[in-house]
Design a protein around this ligand. Structure first.
Ligand code: PMP
Length: 426
């Protein structure tokens, strides 16, 4: 038995499923999860010292690779002054100022502790602001695990086969309208029929929770147009995409501005952080300025703010993003070539520093039903062959992959070589 297998057995005694977040359990791909000991740059090392090139990157945050010295030093420096105060600090102002400076349409921002809190609070705010209850989301998009949003969700909810979770009151789910991602006509029809009831539309501008699905031309534009025409709040959930497309989010990349934006992952540099913000008129409805309640004991935690600020400093350097974009493209091109050489039906999507591979003979994959039609068994086999060769992909076919600035050309070449072998294994 490997050390990871032993730890997994031990973990299951007191931790449900042995993990603190479901997808980590390898339930979709089978086998035992890798227990991590330490990380550095593009790699992490398991508890037996085996090295993996990591394309999960803590599910997105580690845009500069693991354990970046600038972030680590900022965290150590700040921790010497105390871990949490529950009173305001200048660090919070600095991070809020920087985020509002670079993110489109963000006049104000409130810090929270996770992406789930960010989207949950943004939804409450949109409902409070509009006085309406119905929300629109898209099938396969995951916005965290709050009740209203855990309806036909992506990520672990897809992997575990519980797209609409028990425990979500039917009455609440009734207020969540779920539409098809990339279907502008359906969105127009929903607004034509229910426009005066819709508080908000929430969307992952590039979906990273049903593998990687970029928006088709016109889809985000239609969403913007419909929300403006019907007085609904457009919420872009950039928890995953934020700072993965340059400093201005997927909104900057695709040229669409939301009314509210949710952030997380990268802005915490690996610490537990989320944020929601947007138009001043809406944000002023939040307590203590307005009546919509939201709070947090550890929100704006100084260590987390220091990690976030240090991260934003590094990624703001001119020329930071271009090589990361280029390597994302190079990896996808290389994977497609390797699959073609092995005669395996396979295609990729990528946008910014996110990517995904699909075992399918369809020429493109643009929505939930196409993702569901892919060959999951082929992915699961591929996953284990890659893992054995020291390449760590997300342990489910419904997750996007992430690139970091720490991944080198040599890492990409090694990954493609491993894939060339894995594609030949049946
Ligand atoms: N929104 C999106 C787009 C996400 O990808 C995630 C998490 N993967 C969340 C919200 C929830 O964030 P958290 O896990 O930090 O609660």
């Amino acid at each position: 038995m490997s050390t990871s297998e032993q730890l997994f057995e031990r973990a299951q005694r007191h931790i449900p499923g042995g993990v603190n977040s479901p997808v980590r359990a390898f339930k979709a791909v089978g086998g035992s999860p890798v227990f991590v000991e330490r990380s550095e740059g593009a790699w992490f090392y398991d508890c037996e010292g085996k090295r993996y090139i990591d394309y999960v990157l803590s599910w997105g945050p580690m845009l500069m690779g693991h354990n970046h010295p600038h972030v680590r030093e900022a965290v150590i420096r700040q921790s010497e002054k105390g871990l949490s105060f529950g009173a305001p600090t200048e660090l919070e102002i600095q991070l809020a100022d920087r985020i509002c400076e670079v993110m489109p349409g963000m006049d104000m921002v409130r810090m929270v502790n996770s992406g789930t809190e960010a989207t949950m609070s943004a939804i409450r705010l949109a409902r409070g602001y509009t006085g309406r209850d119905t929300i629109i989301k898209f099938e396969g998009c995951y916005h965290g695990h709050s009740d209203s949003l855990l309806v036909k969700a992506g990520s672990g909810a897809l992997t575990m086969g519980v797209p609409s979770s028990p425990g979500v009151p039917a009455a609440l789910a009734d207020y969540t309208m779920t539409l098809t991602y990339n279907d502008s006509d359906e969105l127009r029809r929903a607004f034509a029929e229910h426009g005066d009831k819709i508080a908000c539309v929430i969307v992952e501008p590039v979906v990273g929770n049903m593998n990687c699905i970029p928006p088709q031309p016109g889809f985000l534009e239609t969403m913007r147009e419909m929300c403006s025409a019907h007085g609904a709040v457009l919420i872009m959930d950039e928890v995953m995409t934020g700072f993965r497309f340059g400093l201005h989010g997927a909104q900057g990349h695709y040229g669409i501005e939301a009314d509210l934006t949710c952030l997380g992952k990268v802005i915490g540099g690996g610490m537990p952080v989320g944020a929601f913000g947007g138009k001043r008129e809406i944000m002023e409805q939040i307590a203590p300025l307005g009546p919509v309640y939201q709070a947090g004991t550890l929100s704006g935690n100084p260590i987390a703010m220091a990690a976030g600020l240090a991260t934003l400093e590094v990624i703001s350097a001119p020329g930071f993003y271009e090589p990361v974009f280029a390597r994302t493209t190079a990896l996808c091109t290389g994977l497609e070539k390797a699959a073609a050489a092995a005669g395996v039906p396979f295609t990729t999507n990528h946008s910014g520093t996110m990517f995904g591979g699909f075992f399918t003979d369809a020429p493109s994959v643009t929505n939930y039903s196409q993702v569901m039609a892919c060959d999951t068994a082929a992915f699961n086999r591929f996953f284990h062959h890659m893992l054995a060769q020291g390449v760590y992909l997300a342990p489910a076919s419904y997750e996007a992959g992430f690139m970091s600035s720490a991944h080198t050309d040599a890492d990409i070449e090694a990954t493609i070589a491993a894939a060339a072998h894995a594609f030949t294994q049946r």
